[in-house]
Design a protein around this ligand. Structure first.
Ligand code: PLP
Length: 411
């Protein structure tokens, strides 16, 4: 029977799904009772693991007190102010303020709009161009769709947002040329410090440092999309700290609540802030009904407390080293073509005879979840609470799947 639910990033013709019903830590259970090790923290977000009672209690307590109240002029909520104080203190961006929304896509659109707006308020309305990188993923709203560098995801939605262009993801010279060509018209450059959903590509040495210099030289804001890398995934709170480069805006979502309740946001740095704050009569005319949603903020505060209490930022390095060691062994044995990653987010680049989606399906049969990206990449992004034994099960399930698939295709 045709399902009533039209699924995200799925063929509308698909009628059969794996139905998840329960989660505990890094383990998930489907409606047949089958157990899986979640090697993807759901969709790059569940850093603290599934099904936690401490999260349930914090969320229930907030709902029992005040589920939410809007944060449009003149209102705020106490828990929202508490969360932005906490986020402010974790960020590497000096003097930041925090805008809140409900998803990564909204965070990206917000940052793109705020970058243009700050240029207008600084007296540069002609600065409208936003440059991003090929292979980047920035969500599914119109801004992020226009900025993403994954061509298949852009088909069918034209016309996209004007003045949003992409350059080769690794070629700093190409970016330098593009910026020189339009120097006085650029509002911002938008990048994932480590590209995630496009296949897990860490930045090449010095790329982000050069990018920062180019933005300063051309008067452009630098926007980091840290929707995957934020909140410990790379062994630091943010990729900005991992790579030692401070942006003007940082988009975040996902692991800010580990996905228990949807929340996203944007750190706005000192340079754009001074433009936005200069005129005391200026009104910021954008925002969302659920900006600063009290229950989402309560979930975020408890999630951040858990990350601190359980040392999960530091633990990301350990979890990642186990995944990386296992992948490098598969590479040495010739089972995979390439290993890419950093911190606790990794990818296997596959040989031509393998199909990443088929390998994913066999891995699931073997009791673990990895992600297929296109035909040639499997991604790994386990919860940061995953035990060593569970990582072992994940990587064993994956290794067997590679062998089983190679046999199935006669390679
Ligand atoms: C880097 C990046 N930006 C933006 C998004 C969009 O986030 P959301 O799906 O919460 O809208 C994602 C989602 O995977 C992402 O990885």
């Amino acid at each position: 029977m045709k399902p009533t639910y039209l699924h995200a990033f799925t063929k509308p013709s698909r009628t059969e799904f794996v139905t998840m019903v329960r989660g505990v830590g890094a383990r998930l259970y489907d409606d047949t009772g089958k157990e899986y090790i979640d090697g993807m923290a759901s969709l790059w977000y569940c850093n603290i693991g599934h099904g936690r009672k401490d999260m349930a209690e914090a969320i229930a307590a907030q709902i029992g007190t005040l589920e939410s109240y809007n944060n449009f002029d003149p209102f705020t909520t106490a828990i929202t102010d508490e969360l932005t104080d906490k986020l402010h203190s974790l960020s590497a961006m000096p003097g930041n303020r925090v805008f809140l929304c409900s998803s990564g896509s909204e965070a990206v659109d917000t940052a793109m709009k705020l970058a243009r707006l700050a240029q207008v308020q600084a007296g540069h309305p002609e600065r409208t161009i936003i440059i991003s990188r090929g292979r980047g993923y920035h969500g599914s709203n119109f801004g992020g769709t226009s900025a993403q560098g994954l061509p298949l995801n852009k088909i069918g939605y034209d016309p996209l947002v004007p003045d949003v262009t992409q350059v080769d993801p690794d070629d700093i010279e190409a970016l330098s040329l593009a910026m020189s060509r339009d120097s006085a018209r650029i509002a911002a450059v938008l990048v994932e410090p480590l590209q995630g959903a496009g296949g897990v590509f860490p930045p090449s040495d010095g790329y982000l440092q050069s990018l920062r210099k180019l933005c300063d030289q051309h008067g452009a804001f630098l926007i980091f999309d840290e929707v995957i890398s934020g909140f410990g995934r790379l062994g630091t709170w943010f990729a900005a700290q991992r790579f030692g480069v401070i942006p003007d805006f940082t988009c975040f979502a996902k692991a800010v609540t580990s996905g228990y309740v949807p929340l996203g946001g944007v750190f706005v740095g000192a340079a754009p802030l001074s433009a936005l704050e200069a005129d005391p009569n200026f009104v910021l005319r954008m925002g969302y009904t659920y900006s600063g949603h009290a229950t989402a903020c309560a979930a975020a505060l408890e999630n951040l407390a858990i990350i601190e209490r359980e040392g999960l930022v530091e633990r990301a390095k350990h979890v990642g080293s186990l995944v990386s060691t296992a992948l490098h062994a598969l590479h040495r044995d010739g089972l995979i073509k390439q290993v890419r990653g950093d911190g606790a987010v990794w990818a296997a680049g596959l040989h031509a005879h393998h199909d990443a989606q088929a390998v994913r399906d066999i891995t699931m049969r073997n009791g673990a979840i990895v992600r297929g990206i296109g035909a040639d990449t499997n991604a790994f992004c386990p919860p940061l609470v995953t035990s060593d034994a569970e990582i072992g099960r994940l990587m064993d399930a994956y290794a067997s799947a590679l062998t089983e698939h190679a046999q199935a295709v006669g390679a």
